[in-house]
Write a protein that binds this ligand. Structure first.
Ligand SMILES: Cc1cc2nc3c(=O)[nH]c(=O)nc-3n(C[C@H](O)[C@H](O)[C@H](O)COP(=O)(O)OP(=O)(O)OC[C@H]3O[C@@H](n4cnc5c(N)ncnc54)[C@H](O)[C@@H]3O)c2cc1C
Length: 428
């Protein structure tokens, strides 16, 4: 059996790996010249299993208002609102209530937990180096109110048996000594003891080599133009280098998935939420972050990757405009200086990057069957695709194989969106 995987980001690469492990002949097709060259390239590097949280929360609307009033919003919206942007904002807003938050967070945690287990298993089988650190992650609180807000999360974490520690400012500095200079400003933190950190691009490149050893073929520099349908099945994928055919097809084109799918009547609500990162060299090991720190109030994540620090954040709603916004660089740099004032070398050699988070309004990815019997989806991983990649890849492979999956698929497939199927076909 042949499977064609569309897209060689972290999600396509993990899908290919697990499909090949199941014994499938796998080909991966991508327009770039290597794996993980788009959104999976320079993300924040957090393997935030325990921190997996939906963007849409009950407090988001009020936070947006406050950010806009004090001019420090980590959300930037292009004033020329497209219909796509309006739809995404409206659907996200509909998820900003306690009930949806709990449902969405539980679904995300289910996939994230499973991903962590698969990463641990994979590391026991393969010698794989991706600047990994296993020192937990830390969510900072600036006020008692923020700790209070996190209590809803703690209830859900307990349900999933996820270990965490509530820390005071001293505890935060013990975990991350580089925070000592701002200790007086910190109220406390939530430490997720078992979270990891690692370079997503390096990991993808390492896994790519393993895939090659397993016989997976990669067709790079190949632009996918459309999907052809015959007899309610995918018959081919048209590219600028000719047609590719297989028995089954899996779409992991990140933020570009809806573009290819809408032509065949699949309308998934994946929106490109643009984000930015900067990568700078460490000045002093002790003053630098040791692992991952989330400043949820300002919506930035700071991660240690080898001798470098990665700072990422900002949600920019501007459809597929990939320009680098100079203001974003300054706000990320400021975010780092506010937390770790002596961490990074003063240098002009800052790597400034942007990527589109393939975001769904409920922050849960879309994995599984479509109305076409040989077409599957593994996309829409939003802010946490690196974190959820190994669980998603293995789930996808098991779904394609028709195996019983190791975790429940409840609420994960596209069928949860009633409006997404415009084909008049039933699901496979
Ligand atoms: C600033 C930022 C910080 C982030 N931080 C984290 C983090 O710390 N932890 C975490 O877990 N997640 C993080 N994420 C999210 C994570 O990076 C994404 O969820 C993940 O990379 C998505 O992977 P993907 O494979 O679905 O998409 P991509 O990596 O974008 O892969 C899609 C692939 O499809 C290809 N493609 C698209 N269209 C076509 C076409 N027409 N023809 C051929 N090829 C095509 C592209 O070339 C690309 O290689 C962050 C994202 C951003 C932007």
């Amino acid at each position: 059996m042949n499977v064609l995987v569309l897209g060689a980001g972290i999600i396509g690469t993990t899908s290919a790996y697990f499909l090949a492990k199941q014994g499938y002949k796998v080909t991966v097709v991508d327009r770039q010249d290597s794996v993980a060259m788009e959104t999976s390239h320079a993300n924040a590097g957090q393997l935030s299993y325990a921190f997996s949280s939906p963007w849409a929360s009950p407090s988001l609307p009020l936070s947006l208002l406050k950010w806009n009033l004090n001019g420090t919003s980590p959300l930037v919206v292009n004033p020329k609102l497209s219909l796509n942007t309006i739809k995404f904002m409206y659907r996200t807003y509909k998820n900003c209530n306690s009930n949806s938050y709990e449902i969405n967070k539980s679904r995300m945690l289910r996939i994230a937990n499973y991903s962590q287990k698969n990463l641990i298993d994979l590391e026991s089988e393969l010698d794989i180096n991706y600047e990994q650190r296993k020192q937990g992650s830390l969510q900072l609180f600036w006020s008692p109110k923020e700790l209070e807000k996190a209590k809803q999360d703690m209830v859900i974490l307990k349900k999933f048996n996820i270990q965490y520690e509530v820390l005071d400012a001293d505890g935060c500095v013990d975990a991350e000594p580089g925070l000592q200079y701002i200790k007086n400003k910190i109220y406390g933190g939530l430490r997720f003891i078992n979270d990891f950190t690692g370079n997503c691009y390096l990991f993808s490149s390492e896994l790519y080599k393993k895939c090659l050893e397993m016989g997976v073929k990669f067709e790079f520099n190949t632009h996918i133009e459309s999907i052809s349908i015959a007899n309610n099945k995918v018959s081919a994928v048209k590219t600028d280098r000719g047609e590719l055919t297989a028995d089954s097809y899996s779409v992991s084109l990140g933020s570009y998935s809806p573009r290819v799918l809408s032509d065949i009547g699949i309308d998934i609500p994946v929106y490109p939420v643009k984000g930015y990162s900067i990568t700078l060299p460490v000045l002093s090991d002790l003053d630098a972050p040791q692992s991952t720190i989330m400043d949820d109030k300002n919506k930035i994540g700071i991660t240690r990757l080898g001798d470098f620090i990665r700072v990422a954040g900002i949600a920019h709603l501007t459809d597929y405009n990939s320009n680098l916004r100079e203001k974003a660089l300054h706000s990320l740099k400021e975010g780092l200086d506010n937390l770790f004032p002596h961490a990074a070398k003063e240098t002009d050699d800052v790597k400034f990057w942007t990527g589109f988070r393939p975001s769904t309004p409920d922050s849960t990815p879309i994995i599984g069957a479509t109305p076409y019997s040989n077409l599957y989806l593994n996309t829409g991983h939003g802010t946490l695709g690196w974190t959820m990649s190994l669980g998603s890849g293995k789930l996808l492979a098991n779904i394609v194989a028709g195996n019983e999956t190791e975790i429940s698929l409840e609420g994960i497939a596209m069928s949860r969106y009633k409006y997404s199927n415009k084909t008049n076909l039933n699901y496979g």
